[in-house]
Design a protein around this ligand. Structure first.
Ligand code: NDP
Ligand code: MG
Length: 378
């Protein structure tokens, strides 16, 4: 029996890699549904290639002039409907930003396994979604490459033997820039990631190290670890996708070429590891691995994420929201690169200690943080 796969965010970078994986395993997967936000043309192309009938364009509300379109699901309600109606065995969530949260919850509420690329889901509502998944007996399988690596390493070595995890970070395009040089970098410079080809938002987050900050929070939730047991190491080659350290001090890692199709395929076939078509790493071909400490002082987004984890409450939600707003402002030329951490830090200075106890409260805090970022800080 083929696995019925629904891909949310099929038009994005994760979505495109996932479509390629599905294309290579026609006997294994059936693409039963796809969503995009605005890119109707790409969405329809994918639908035609895979003869996929369930199509959602979430960025558009239904109106009379689009009634004849092949797309039958629209807007955020459309996302809920496609999750509800496609009878998928697994959903890959490749939506970017906080908009991925409610779809993740809808998938879990339906008891469907979730291959999760959207890290914001876990940063904003980690405890809630973990509990919900347990209650509804469905799995959350991480797709973020570092977390995918650690997930499989911990499965092999067992959580009680692990003393620490090490998340690797490429360091982004400005790894060797001085603080003064960071003052004048442009959006174009920031989008030139040295090793990974990804969507705009995450590429900018990689340059500020906010992506690693979000990933530290994501790892803390997924693997139930305090911040003191999560280390970040700069590894510019992006070949070692993360490591675990066991109680005896020995490190174990997952090593492969940087290609998101690896963690996507592993999530879709979990717990089986498939032979695949992806380029293999040959260690005899002049492979160089180096590691160093992150420069937290010059890239404060990482430091701020640790602070948020230590403070708990609603701080991780606010970190994500303020950063998301600041990154949009940077993309549209309103603020400079170094304003992103400056603004995020300012928003985090308010009192966000109260722990939200429902999704409604999480969304309210997210909204307040966004308002404060937009209104007060630019
Ligand atoms: P992209 O920007 O490339 O793609 C985002 C996708 O989400 C597109 O399909 C887009 O539709 C859709 N989308 C955008 N806004 C909304 C919205 N408001 N509601 C519903 N759908 C929306 O992002 P990435 O693929 O790079 O990243 C997706 C997620 O995966 C992020 O959370 C990121 O952190 C995570 N991730 C990504 C990695 C990567 O290699 N790219 C690696 C690890 C994690 P459209 O194109 O039609 O506008
Ligand atoms: Mg990652």
């Amino acid at each position: 029996m083929k696995k019925r796969v629904l891909i949310l965010g099929a038009t994005g970078s994760i979505g495109t890699s996932a479509i390629d994986v599905i294309r290579h395993y026609p006997d294994l997967f059936e693409l039963v549904g796809i969503s995009g936000h605005h890119n109707e043309e790409k969405l329809l192309q994918i639908a035609s290639e895979f003869n996929c009938k369930n199509i959602c364009l979430s960025g558009l509300e239904l109106s009379s002039d689009i009634l004849n379109s092949r797309i039958q699901f629209y807007g955020t309600t459309g996302l809920n409907e496609i999750i509800e109606q496609t009878n998928a065995n697994i959903v890959l969530n490749g939506i970017s930003g906080m908009s991925g949260l409610l779809p993740s919850i809808a998938v879990i509420k339906k008891g469907i396994d979730l291959a999760l690329a959207n890290k914001e889901t876990l940063v904003m509502a980690g405890e809630y979604v973990q509990k919900l998944a347990k209650k509804n007996k469905c799995k959350i399988i991480p797709v973020d490459s570092e977390h995918s690596a650690i997930f499989s390493l911990i499965e092999n070595f067992k959580a009680n033997n692990v003393s620490k995890i090490v998340l690797t970070a490429s360091g982004g395009p400005f790894k060797d820039y001085t603080y003064n040089e960071l003052k004048t970098v442009t959006v174009e410079d920031t989008l030139r990631h040295p090793t990974w080809n990804m969507g705009k938002k995450i590429t900018i987050d990689s340059a500020t190290l906010a992506n690693k900050g979000l990933e530290v929070i994501e790892a803390s939730v997924l693997f139930n670890l305090p911040p003191s047991k999560i280390q970040v190491a700069i590894h510019p080659q992006s070949l070692v996708h993360s490591l675990i350290q066991l109680n005896d001090g020995v490190l174990y890692s997952q090593i492969s070429k940087p290609d998101m199709k690896h963690p996507i395929l592993n999530a879709l076939t979990y717990p089986t590891i498939m032979e695949n078509y992806l380029e293999k790493l040959d260690l005899t071909q002049d492979v160089n691995l180096s590691f160093s400490a992150p420069r937290m002082k010059d890239f404060p987004m990482l430091y701020l994420a640790y602070q948020c984890l230590n403070k708990k409450g609603a701080y991780p939600i606010v970190y994500n929201a303020a950063n998301e707003v600041a990154v949009s402002a940077f993309i549209s030329g309103q603020i400079s690169f170094l304003d992103i951490p400056r603004i995020t830090e300012k928003v985090l200075q308010s009192d966000w200690t109260e722990e939200p106890s429902s999704i409604e409260e999480i969304l309210t805090i997210d909204g307040k943080a966004r308002e404060l970022t937009t209104g007060g800080c630019f």
